[in-house]
Design a protein around this ligand. Sequence first.
Ligand SMILES: [Zn+2]
Length: 328
Amino acid sequence: MPQVPTVTGMVEAEELGTTLIHEHLRNADEAVRNQWPHVGAVKEDQPHEVAPDQVYEIAVREAQAAVDLGVKTIGEPTAMFLGRDVEFMRRVSVETGLQVVPCTGIYTYDHLPQFLMNRDPDQIAELFVHDIEDGIQGTEIMAAFIKCAADEPGVNENIEKVHRAAARASVRTGAPIMAHSRPASNTGPRQVEIFLEEGVEPSKIQIAHTGDTDDLDYIEGLLETGVWIGLDRYGLDIFLPYDRRQATAKALLERGYADRIFLSADSVATTDWFPVNVSDGLIAAGAAHDWTIRIVHERVLPELREWGLTEEQEQTMMVENPVRWLTG
Ligand SMILES: [Zn+2]
């Protein structure tokens, strides 16, 4: 029976249960957090900056809300540069019972620090393999998957290097890959191409944020390669409004793709990316609405059920796909 690493140890794959594949318990600039630990974060329902010690409380609150809605597990794709802290994840998991599946990897759209500039893909892959086989940040918590990203700058030299490193670590360990993508910049096809060139099985590749477009030709082009796609930013209206995300999900379900789709929100319990005034401005401008770990179970699934989503399709997307992607 295959097992999957979580922040509280290995679990039987069949114990993952209902899983949101892409939710963040915290999003922070790790360099700023290290240099200026007094700086807090924002949460859209808080009128002021959240103090550092409240960041944990809010993560627990959000994780508990997910558990109360029947979520048993989350994929936690917080990698390098997003403030990965597996001890923080472990505390939240222990306090709430939410199973948290952690990752290794590097989240950048372009910039790499000198340490990574001066290393080749194999040397970077070594870092990922370490997290998968030996444990993360000095703990015995193993990484379950590998994260990388391509965004508006496209798949440039630095991004290609990180993708090749992710691919090589995947081939060596069998760990699957989650690749942040930007459909508006057409990154998905090139990301898949690199992984396949490196010998990664399509069944181990998840192209996250594919649901930021409703261009079905683009989406089916990716699906034809055999990869998974994330319809994983419900509530982030700035990239695609909610109704168009739902219309896309329905169209893909009608075409029989339930066994290739993940539904999630890419929510962050808190983030320090924006000061309060900027965050308030974004919310006021409609950039995000109901963008929480709760939205899939409170809104997306009930609406889809009303529309005709079958129990079998729901079970496939929310329970079986995570197991199949994580265990290959
Ligand atoms: Zn994310």
